[in-house]
Design a binder for this molecule. Structure first.
Ligand SMILES: [Zn+2]
Length: 190
């Protein structure tokens, strides 16, 4: 898939909005991401995850694991494309863990996936979980990297889309200065 085809899916499903948004932090921004909007469509999710899987073909991936919630569907569809197991990690008393008798055997080659990374914190925690069980993390695959290049996870990483989201303090917002009203993401005016 080309970058244009990938971008088109995010736009037409409403996962990537462009405009003038008022974030919960109070800041304003020119873009808003809600990956759940693309993940609600199995057809598009399957296409995107197959593309992500393709980028790790030949790496000997035996298991895919992602952090709940966003990583679950991505893990499942990437694993389907690779023909391997899909696991998910979740928090147990605040700490990322594999529950439900999920296991990783020493030396197992594991691909860690996530829908969107901003700081990469959850993904870094999943990497630690895999390594603590003796697994070998062969890479990280994400649908969207909006870390502005800041997330360095120390393993080969692939993102279908790398997006810079500009944020502004409300009082210094050029979009406000241009006269358009800021809207709360998800409201129907957009
Ligand atoms: Zn503004």
């Amino acid at each position: 898939m080309t970058r244009e085809e990938i971008t088109d899916i995010f736009i037409k499903t409403g996962a990537m909005l462009t405009g003038h948004f008022r974030l919960t932090s109070g800041k304003h921004s020119n873009r808003y991401f809600q990956c759940a909007q693309v993940l609600q469509h199995p057809h598009y999710t399957g296409m995107l995850c197959a593309e992500l899987a393709r980028r790790f073909a030949g790496k000997g991936v035996e298991t895919v694991v992602g952090p709940a919630m966003g990583g679950i569907l991505v893990s499942y569809e990437v694993a389907r494309a690779l023909g391997v197991r899909s696991l998910f990690a979740e928090r147990e008393q605040g700490k990322m863990a594999l529950r439900r008798n999920f296991n990783i055997t020493p030396g197992e080659k594991v691909l860690v996936v996530e829908d969107v990374i901003t700081t990469g914190g959850s993904v870094a925690e999943v990497i630690e979980v895999v390594r603590s069980l003796g697994g070998e993390v062969v890479g990280v695959g994400v649908l969207v990297d909006r870390s502005n290049g800041q997330a360095d996870l120390g393993v080969p990483a692939e993102a279908l889309l790398t997006v810079t989201v500009e944020t502004f303090e409300a009082e210094n917002c050029p979009l406000c200065a241009a006269g358009t009203p800021a809207v709360k993401p998800g409201s129907r005016q957009t």
